[in-house]
Design a protein around this ligand. Structure first.
Ligand SMILES: Nc1nc2c(c(=O)[nH]1)N[C@H]1C(S)=C(S)[C@@H](COP(=O)(O)OP(=O)(O)OC[C@H]3O[C@@H](n4cnc5c(N)ncnc54)[C@H](O)[C@@H]3O)O[C@H]1N2
Ligand code: MOO
Length: 400
């Protein structure tokens, strides 16, 4: 049996990076930045006022002062009047601090009224320190600084950062294309009336959703029977997919269909984890000679879910050039449970004020698909731990 880390390393070794595309900064959210984005301009680009008020020379204001108002400076002004001794300028938030001035007094702290009023001839101000209410040029980011590093996911906030430092376009990795095939002759599409021994296919919708959540682009997702002709047709549908994620058939038998339908090398392994013990992966070539990476997960739905988080997520991250680790917390256990000896366990849990507890009374049973959605996280129990007791502290991976 392989450890979780050993098998994860084997799956990661199958990853390859899709090409880079140049995109408008307002698009491609969720994709991964391919090159460090460097600031072309500073943020803020110039010293400016953080308040509506009066720009002053702090040295003039010791003990309070009555200053002559020599200019009116709204945001966007092109005026840059020199403020001399005993002078002030009315200034609005975001307007450049005029030369000579080194502080701003908010209008509320003066004898003037706020709002749209005529420019006064003079203003009474209290003492104010150098730099008060001034936003310094480059105090957020300086020219040449890396603002969004490669490997990070592109978000609306990164797009705003890009705009602020002078970029209209960004280089992003293309999303890897993924086909999801849930194998099993007992499977029917969701909503179809069930005959004897048949069940709804819940894995293809589960895995397709997770693949999208992990940044993959799902090109097809459906159930496939354990019949050679059906699997061959599914591969035709999946022709555009760089990656094929399957569920089912990894314990015995059904993968013979895959072996007969394709060329390539698929490795079947047992991983010391619960759920998710049987796994398979490799590279395959379809009848038309196209290469695909295969990541095959166990059919039991909770096993498929856990395997997707533990193997497919880091694999798809590597296929996108992403460096992110899943969010992991250290949380105490509220109610204890037994764990399988010699296998790491991923327990679906809810997070309560008292700590984590299993999301279902039957624990990590790998068929408990209808209650899995209640789980907020997977609590990781190392292979050498056989009993989890209240108060034990575990690594908890968020799964929402
Ligand atoms: N003799 C042994 N039997 C089993 C072992 C074992 O070591 N020795 N391991 C068990 C474990 S653990 C798992 S996990 C499963 C893995 O089996 P497969 O990957 O071959 O999956 P199937 O047999 O096809 O299905 C297992 C289970 O899951 C249901 N299923 C499958 N696909 C779907 C789907 N798309 N939607 C909903 N439910 C699905 C299927 O009906 C079965 O109940 O093997 C154990 N057995
Ligand atoms: O490994 Mo299976 O997924 O435990 O049920």
């Amino acid at each position: 049996m392989l450890s979780v880390e050993e098998y994860r390393a084997r799956v990661l070794a199958l990853a390859s990076l899709p090409p880079v595309e140049e995109c408008a900064i307002g698009s491609g959210f969720g994709r991964v930045v391919a090159e460090d984005m460097v600031a072309h301009c500073a943020v803020p680009p110039f010293d400016n006022s953080a308040m509506d008020g009066f720009a002053v020379r702090s040295a003039d204001t010791l003990g309070g002062a009555h200053l002559t108002v020599v200019a009116d400076l709204p945001a966007g002004t092109r005026l840059a009047p020199l403020i001399g001794a005993g002078q002030a300028a009315r200034i609005m938030t975001g307007a450049p601090l005029p030369p000579g001035a080194d502080a701003v007094v908010p209008v509320e702290d003066t004898d003037q009224s706020p709002g749209d009023v005529p420019l006064p001839d003079a203003v009474r101000v209290p003492p104010v320190a150098v730099g008060a209410h001034v936003r310094r040029a480059a105090e957020d980011v300086a020219v040449g600084a890396v603002v969004v590093p490669r490997g990070q996911r592109w978000t609306p906030a990164s797009a705003a950062a890009a705009a602020a430092v002078g970029h209209a376009r960004v280089r992003l990795h293309r999303r890897p294309t993924v086909a999801v095939l849930a194998t099993g002759s007992e499977l029917l599409p969701a909503g179809a009336p069930l005959g004897y021994g048949q069940i709804p296919d819940s894995n293809s919708v589960l895995l397709a959703g997770l693949v999208e959540q992990f940044g993959g682009q799902v090109v097809c997702a459906r159930a496939v029977s354990d019949d050679l002709a059906d699997f061959r047709q599914a591969l035709v549908d999946a022709a555009d997919a760089e990656v094929i994620v399957t569920s089912g058939g990894v314990s015995v038998g059904a993968f013979e269909v895959v072996r007969q339908a394709v060329e390539g090398s698929i490795e079947f392994v047992r991983v010391a984890m619960q759920p998710g013990k049987p796994q398979a992966s490799g590279r395959i070539r379809d009848a038309a000679g196209r290469e695909h990476t295969l990541v095959a997960l166990p059919g039991n739905p909770v096993g498929a879910f856990v395997s997707a988080w533990v193997f497919v997520r880091p694999f798809l991250d590597a296929c996108q050039g992403a460096f992110s680790e899943p969010p992991t917390l250290r949380i105490a256990v509220a109610d204890g449970w037994r764990t399988p000896p010699g296998r790491a366990q991923f327990m679906p849990v809810v997070i309560t004020p008292d700590g984590v507890r299993p999301a279902h009374r039957l624990g990590s049973g790998s068929h408990l698909i209808a209650s899995l959605h209640a789980a907020e996280a997977l609590a990781f129990v190392p292979a050498d731990v056989e009993r989890v007791a209240p108060g034990d502290v575990l690594d908890v991976h968020l799964v929402r």
